[in-house]
Design a protein around this ligand. Sequence first.
Ligand code: 9UX
Length: 72
Amino acid sequence: MLKTIELGVQGMTCASCVGRVERGLGKVEGVQEASVNLATERATVTYDPALTSPQALLARVQDVGYEPVTAQ
Ligand code: 9UX
């Protein structure tokens, strides 16, 4: 069963930042879809909880260079 969560993502200032975060999250095993809203500074991620976790998604946001905020 897939789950969908929203994460806060701070530090994005342009559309390329959005692309980096979406691609970074999209490469995490178990992520089916990741979409980032620059205006609201949030990412909506649909994932398989058997394969990944909110903690891993937050870590990936940090790895690609942005500041994750607690899963919301
Ligand atoms: Mo846009 Mo984001 O030039 O780190 S890619 S500011």
